[in-house]
Write a protein that binds this ligand. Structure first.
Ligand SMILES: Cc1ncc(COP(=O)(O)O)c(C=O)c1O
Length: 461
């Protein structure tokens, strides 16, 4: 395949890209000297760029998305067939794949029953916020309009989603932000705010209640949390955290919004991340892995209780959810999502995720024995992080430039890994790994071998 790419001279494509594409999250000064990377083809976990170079992608398209791997003909066929039948109709009406995917999805989510379609994770979260605000107006006399979010979590790139983002570097220079989004402390035990304690999870959850009490429980309508924080450092919840969070939400009548944009579907070895922790959410948002990037789709899924609050007064012309997302009516999304779900199920990918996740974690722990620069290894399923430190005792973070050099050195070994970036100032020091759920044992070993070599090259042993 790389030979075919080499045979096709793609220099005009690279030139067009360099001249006209404004890349995401990129400082473009570098492209005055070097070419931007243009990805041409993918199969399984492998991708080829415009120069014909092959890379093993350990981050599912860079941002934990391509969960079933590249080159899935059956998804392409499902989308093609659906597009020829009906490509779009505005979401005030139903479509065949929209209805069938909503049914299939909610079957995987006991307690949840309604699916609202849009196009991106940010948008799915915006919908959730609008629901909370409207509930506040209709049920709580305009009170309970505040939405809590957690330090280090990320919920998207639009202005309101950024307002609810716990990664200061993403927010800088984009304010002022809308009111009513209030931070609660992070739950990363490795960087405990209370020193070494035996009940860290409980303390981190109780810290949420302190914020609620400070703000006034009757002003707080919802809290949004990632089940496992992704870009903020790959942070699985500490022991005892979730049961207490759930208890606090119930006590203060606060809606629990779970952001599954990274964990859904399958990334942690269960359909959804929250299902690892016995959580009963009110609203669940999802995007990336819903159709593995074969089509744009996001969903805001609610309980029937939340849904009912928007239909109880048919005489009031303001009482229903007056929201629309034009491309939420594209049928390619749910058509791709249905086939994506079938693949996960029929190929036993949740099981593979758990097995390969164990292997990945085991390999990372072995690397930790060898490389003092690894301060902590964390993760769930095929969603792992290794936090790099200049000094294990003080936990001083490895400078971001050196972490980036490790990523570059892995790339030079043919493996693309990720790192937290432009998130928490001074703490962009965690390597991130999220290979497709079809990853094999050999590929896992290739990924960790590349990290081993990269750490030796950049940091010494
Ligand atoms: C946890 C989480 N929520 C929301 C988003 C936003 O999704 P999108 O980029 O599709 O708007 C992201 C994106 O990385 C994410 O990681």
């Amino acid at each position: 395949m790389d030979d075919a790419i080499k045979r096709n001279d793609l220099s005009h494509v690279v030139a067009a890209d360099r001249a006209h594409v404004w890349h995401h999250l990129s400082q473009h000064k570098q492209y005055e000297k070097i070419d931007p990377r243009v990805i041409v083809e993918g199969k399984g976990l492998r991708v080829w760029d415009a120069t014909g170079r092959e890379t093993l992608d350990a981050v599912s398209g860079g941002v934990w998305t391509v969960n079933v791997g590249y080159g899935r003909e059956s998804i392409a066929n499902a989308v093609r067939d659906q597009l020829l039948k009906l490509n779009f109709f505005a979401g005030a009406a139903g479509t065949v794949p929209g209805a069938l995917f909503a049914q299939a999805l909610t079957e995987k989510m006991p307690g949840m029953s309604r699916v609202y379609y849009s196009n991106s994770g940010s948008e799915a979260n915006e919908k959730a916020y609008k629901m909370v605000r409207q509930i506040a107006h209709r049920r709580h006399g305009g009170q309970k309009w505040k939405i809590l979010y957690r330090e280090r979590d990320y919920h998207g790139t639009t202005i309101a989603a950024l307002a609810s983002g716990g990664q200061e570097e993403r927010k800088m220079q984009y304010g002022p932000f809308p009111e009513g989004f209030v931070p609660v402390p992070h739950c990363l035990e490795y960087r405990s705010q209370w020193g070494e304690v035996s009940d860290y999870g409980l303390r981190a959850a109780n810290a949420i209640e302190e914020v609620i009490e400070r703000e006034g429980p009757d002003t707080v309508g919802a809290i949004i949390l990632e089940p496992v924080t992704a870009g903020g450092g790959v942070i699985p919840p500490p022991e005892g955290y979730w049961p207490r969070v759930q208890e606090i939400c119930r006590k203060h009548d606060i809606l629990l919004i779970i952001d599954e944009v990274v964990c859904g579907l399958g990334r942690t070895g269960t359909w959804f991340g929250y299902q690892n922790y016995d959580i009963e959410p009110d609203i669940v948002t999802m995007a990336k892995g819903v159709a593995s990037g074969y089509a744009a789709i996001s969903c805001t899924v609610t309980t029937e209780r939340v849904f009912e609050m928007f239909k109880d007064d048919a005489e009031d012309h303001l009482s229903y959810f007056r929201d629309i997302s034009t491309f939420g009516g594209c049928t390619a999304g749910p058509a791709a999502a249905l086939e994506n779900m079938r693949i996960i199920e029929d190929e036993g990918l949740l099981d593979n995720c758990l097995k390969m996740g164990d292997r990945l974690m085991g390999n990372l722990h072995a690397l930790m024995e060898k490389h003092a620069v690894i301060g902590d290894v964390r993760g769930k399923g095929l969603f792992c992080g290794a936090e790099l430190v200049a000094d294990r005792a003080t936990k001083e973070p490895l400078p971001e430039k050196q972490v980036a050099a490790v990523v570059a050195a892995a790339m030079a070994r043919g493996v693309q890994i990720g790192m937290t970036n432009r998130s928490v100032p001074g703490l962009n020091n965690t390597l991130t790994l999220s290979p497709a759920l079809v990853v094999t044992a050999d590929e896992i070993d290739r990924i960790t071998d590349a990290i081993d070599g990269a750490l030796t090259e950049v940091c010494g042993t």
